[in-house]
Structure formats: structure tokens, C-alpha cells
Design a protein around this ligand. Structure first.
Ligand code: FES
Length: 352
């Protein structure tokens, strides 16, 4: 059997029609990419037939190295040409203005993308829990609501996100999270998963504060039940996922590690932590909506006609399909914690 050839080291964006059968080219030799034109004859590689379950846009693999054919699974990012870079000092890029004007805690880029300084966002208190709304529908988000929670001293009042799935990213401090009565120790950079209708309480370590970003999908408001629930969903016992270098996935010179996804029960949210070395990726798009919490380092977020600096502690909101590039500008690179929804793989990008 011959080996597949790379038709292009990136996926093809196609519109699939519900119920229609397609033949995805697996050999890479078709001149009608990403579909079969019969060129596989004598290669020993057969096209993959599939029926679209719904009418939707999809990214079909162009590199023919996907393990999830016909769909792109990010394998192209580790092939020659699969993680292209851009020169931030090119004449075209130098002409893009740096946005410094603020709209409250936010700086806006193209297409509804923004950078927000969470500590400058309006806050409210519930007992000893300070909460701030960072991302929501009023700011253009369609799939998520994000809050910054800051707990001081004792155990906080219980909070719930109703019927939504939720994830927590512990951004500083440590202690315990209590999910519907079940306690889990946590420390900075841990990811935490909450099932619908469960309650959350934060318990900072003695004398410390605990800060965490709470994100719900579908979008939801904070609810304040009178007491902690006893409805812990025992079908999904793993709720805290720590950073583990052995679980990294390479993506060109970048890497990421999934924290929360369907393996722990999450239905629509995928949470990850990742590192970007000093570099600027070529502008690209995603089919998912994304928020990125900058944990360390400095960088620059680029869209078509604007760019803005980003630094540790800030949050980037990126609408679905918005052209962008996140550049790391410091020697140690950028460490980010991200959430994509709906989506399951943060390495799937597409290019114009
Ligand atoms: S294009 Fe083949 S895995 Fe993405």
C-alpha cells in the first residue's frame, strides 16, 4: 500500500448537508480536494465514505495524517508547513495600530475580540466571595459566561450555574473546592469540572485568598442557593485535573494539555493549559469560541486591523471564526489557560 501524500498541511473548510453522503480523499492525490476523484486507484488507499449528521460547516483533513478522518484532528500542526509563523515586524504588520484606548476594563479589537483586565471589572460581594463578570452575552459571547471569583478567609457561600456545565481554573492561591458537599484539594493552575445543578464553595487555605475563573456553557447567571446541594453526580468522580507534563500534546513549537473535556464528563466545554514560545503564529481562525486567561508572560493579540498588548492576569475573548494571531513577545513565552466551546480540540485551526 502506498503512503498518503499531503494535499495541503491544513484542513479544508466545507459546508456539509444533512443526510448527504461524501467520499473524503484519504490518499491525498485527488484534484477535487477534500473529496475523492478516483485518483487512489492502485494506491491501496480507499476514500472514507461518511454521511453528514447535520447541515454544518466542518474542517476536513487536508494533510491525510488525521487519526479522526475525515475530520482534522490537529495532526497537521506537527508536519512541515503545518504551523506557519508570521513576522511581526513585516511592513504590513508594523502598519497595524496598537490599541491603547480603554472601554472600562476592555480594549476592543476587530470582530468583537477583546482583552479585559479582570481586576478592573465591576465587582459585587456575596458574603466573603467577591465576583466579577468578565465575559457574557452582553459582550458578544454566544456560548459562555465567565466570572472571576475571589475568596477571602473562610468557606464561601454556595454558588450554582443552574443547568449549565461549568469549569473552574484556579489562578492563584489554594485550598479546597467543595462540589455539592464533596471536598477536593486544589492549587493554582488546577482545572475543576462541575456538573449541571451542582453547587460550588471555595475554601481558601488559612490566611490566604483563593482566586479562580468560573466559566459556564451554555451561558448562565450566578445563582445563590440557600445551602450547599447534596446532589454530587457520582457518575463522574474525577473533578480536579492538575498540570502534568507527561500529558502534553505538541502543536508545532507550542504545546497544550487538556484539563477538562469529555473524558471527565464535560459535554460542551474543553479546558486546557498551554505554552506559546516567543513567536507569532500566522493569522488563523477557529470554528469554536474561545477565552484565554494569561497566566504568565507578555504578548500581543492581533486581528485584521488592530493589535493590543496582553499580560499576565488579563483575559482574551475570541469570537468564533475571528481572524487572529496571539504573539508571545517575552523570552519565557506565554502560558495561557483556555476554554473552547463548543469544541474538543484546541489545535484545530484553519486559514484563509
Ligand atoms: S489537516 Fe490533517 S489533521 Fe488537520
Amino acid at each position: 500500500m502506498d503512503s498518503p501524500v499531503v494535499a495541503q498541511p491544513k484542513p479544508y473548510l466545507v459546508k456539509l448537508e444533512c443526510g448527504r453522503a461524501y467520499f473524503w480523499c484519504a490518499c491525498g492525490r485527488s484534484r477535487r480536494q477534500p473529496f475523492c476523484d478516483g485518483s487512489h486507484t492502485d494506491t491501496g488507499i480507499e476514500p472514507r465514505r461518511f454521511v453528514a449528521p447535520r447541515t454544518e460547516e466542518a474542517l476536513l483533513c487536508g494533510c491525510k495524517h488525521t487519526r479522526g478522518g475525515p475530520f482534522c484532528d490537529g495532526a497537521h500542526t506537527n508536519l512541515p508547513g503545518g504551523s506557519p509563523l508570521d513576522d511581526p515586524d513585516s511592513p504590513a504588520n508594523r502598519a497595524i495600530p496598537l490599541v491603547t484606548e480603554k472601554d472600562g476594563p476592555r480594549r476592543w479589537l476587530d470582530g468583537g475580540c477583546f482583552i479585559v483586565c479582570p481586576k478592573s471589572a465591576a465587582s459585587a460581594w456575596r458574603g466573603n466571595l467577591r465576583h466579577r463578570r468578565i465575559v457574557g452575552a452582553e459582550l458578544g459571547a454566544r456560548y459562555q459566561t465567565q466570572f472571576l471569583l475571589e475568596a477571602e478567609g473562610a468557606r464561601t457561600p454556595p454558588v450554582s450555574l443552574g443547568a449549565s456545565d461549568a469549569v473552574l481554573l484556579v489562578s492563584s492561591g489554594g485550598g479546597e473546592v467543595v462540589i455539592s458537599g464533596r471536598a477536593f484539594p486544589v492549587q493554582a493552575t488546577d482545572g475543576v469540572y462541575l456538573r449541571p445543578a451542582e453547587t460550588l464553595e471555595l475554601v481558601p487555605r488559612s490566611g490566604e485568598s483563593l482566586q479562580a475563573f468560573l466559566l459556564a456553557s451554555p451561558p448562565a447567571a450566578l445563582e445563590w442557593p440557600a445551602g450547599a446541594g447534596d446532589n454530587f453526580d457520582r457518575r463522574f468522580p474525577q473533578r480536579v485535573i492538575a498540570v502534568d507534563a507527561a500529558r502534553r500534546t505538541a502543536m508545532g513549537s507550542r504545546f497544550f494539555q487538556i484539563l477538562v473535556d469529555e473524558r471527565v464528563g464535560s459535554r460542551v466545554i474543553t479546558q486546557f493549559i498551554g505554552h506559546i514560545p516567543r513567536s507569532k503564529a500566522a493569522p488563523h481562525r477557529h470554528l469554536y469560541e474561545e477565552t484565554l486567561i494569561v497566566l504568565s508572560g507578555r504578548g500581543c493579540m492581533w486581528t485584521e486591523t488592530r493589535k493590543a498588548t496582553v499580560a499576565a492576569g488579563e483575559v482574551i475573548f475570541l469570537p468564533r471564526k475571528q481572524l487572529h494571531s496571539l504573539e508571545a513577545t517575552c523570552a519565557e513565552g506565554l502560558c495561557v489557560a483556555g476554554v473552547i466551546c463548543p469544541g474538543d480540540n484546541p489545535s484545530i485551526t484553519y486559514y484563509d
